[in-house]
Design a protein around this ligand. Structure first.
Ligand code: SF4
Ligand code: SF4
Length: 83
């Protein structure tokens, strides 16, 4: 499955600190950080632990199955970032 970040993300990096498998990017020291509109979860590395969800102040992280209908495109947007 994998968790998905949507465009209300403010890039405050709190989820990066909470993720035990380091699958949220770009990080601040990566070249694409400034230009990225939001952060993205690498779907093949995410272990579905849910640790990122409660730390997100903007409620921008969803488990794939619970993405609201108007946000389903973000599953692909997260994956495409890593393509
Ligand atoms: S915690 Fe939420 S707002 Fe902050 S970077 Fe992660 S997804 Fe974006
Ligand atoms: S669910 Fe767990 S593994 Fe997946 S992005 Fe969030 S903290 Fe990382």
């Amino acid at each position: 499955m994998a968790y998905v970040i949507v465009d209300t993300c403010t890039k405050d990096k709190l989820c990066i600190e909470a993720c035990p498998v380091d699958c949220i990017h770009p990080k601040e020291d990566e070249p694409k950080f400034e230009e990225a509109p939001q952060l993205f979860i690498q779907p093949e590395e995410c272990i579905d632990c849910g640790a990122c969800v409660p730390v997100c102040p903007t409620n921008s992280i969803y488990v794939l199955d619970e993405l609201p209908a108007n946000l389903t495109q973000f599953a692909e947007k997260n994956a495409v970032y890593y393509a």
